[in-house]
Design a binder for this molecule. Structure first.
Ligand SMILES: NC(=O)c1ccc[n+]([C@@H]2O[C@H](COP(=O)([O-])OP(=O)(O)OC[C@H]3O[C@@H](n4cnc5c(N)ncnc54)[C@H](OP(=O)(O)O)[C@@H]3O)[C@@H](O)[C@H]2O)c1
Length: 233
């Protein structure tokens, strides 16, 4: 049995990943503000990852029977989409909290609470293609995802025994993409590109993305690299 700890299980990729893990008979602890999954093997922790005081005392309550322990930092937030000089300090802080600071702290707590256990360990930080190239209006999102990529590479150096990955899921048909298509073109000049992806049926489904993530988690030795995109697999 694998024990999963997944953030952002109330929608999109995180929801599908949790559901597929549960269908496979594994145990899942999910973290998000909304609690939408009810299953005998699912436990929900209602935390706002923008607020360190809410999750700092998290106890992963590791199941000693688990042969594999998996942390998936999936929760993410695009932040205010505007030219960098117009983004509010509150949005900048919140985006870094959710996309970079909370995942870094959850990795630290997961490592601390599992280091004496024999079980195999996997950490997956959900990144983005936007970590590798500039997207106008997405300064904090791009920077926070670039940060999580390098953070994950350092994890590999610090803990070679943990399978650590930063994985870009591709362009996926979730609430986040809906939010992007509703943006004002003045704030986000690239909006039409994302409208076209949807119109041309080019978005990946969260179900397919979750099943590819599950494959990497089950067989980490098959992953192409520490940092990679599911589009290349
Ligand atoms: N969709 C794409 O095309 C795409 C592309 C590249 C990367 N990604 C990345 O994939 C990951 C999942 O995104 P998605 O597309 O599945 O988006 P989504 O459907 O909007 O889901 C986002 C999840 O993050 C959680 N979350 C957001 N803010 C939170 C907070 N303050 N505290 C706790 N949880 C919070 C949400 O839960 P609550 O609202 O219930 O708190 C929700 O479960 C993100 O890291 C995103 O950056 C997505």
């Amino acid at each position: 049995m694998i024990q999963f700890f997944i953030t952002g299980t109330s929608s999109g990729i995180g929801y599908q990943l949790a559901m597929q893990a549960l269908e496979d008979g594994h145990k899942v602890v999910g973290i998000s503000r909304r609690h939408v999954i009810n299953h005998p093997n699912y436990r929900h922790l209602t935390y706002n990852l923008n607020n360190y005081d809410e999750y700092k005392l998290i106890n992963f309550n590791i199941n000693k029977e688990a042969e594999k322990l998996v942390l998936v930092n999936n929760a993410g937030w695009l932040g205010d989409v505007k030219p960098a000089g117009q983004v509010s300090p509150a949005s900048i802080e919140r985006a870094y909290q959710i996309n970079l600071i909370a995942p870094s702290i959850l990795c630290k707590l997961f490592i601390e609470q599992t280091e004496k256990l024999e079980a195999e360990k996997v950490i997956v930080n959900i990144s983005s293609g936007a970590a590798s190239y500039p997207v106008s209006g997405w300064s904090t999102y791009c920077a926070s995802k670039a940060g999580i990529n390098l953070f994950t590479q350092v994890l590999r150096e610090d803990y070679p025994n943990i399978h650590s990955f930063a994985i870009a899921p591709g362009i996926v048909d979730t609430d986040m993409q809906g939010e992007i298509r509703r943006l004002d073109t003045e704030d986000f000049p690239d909006k039409q590109r994302f409208v076209d992806y949807k119109d041309k049926g080019e978005l990946s489904s969260p179900i397919d993305v979750a099943s590819k993530l599950l494959k990497v988690i089950k067989h980490p030795e098959t992953a192409p690299d520490c940092v990679f995109s599911l589009r290349d697999t």
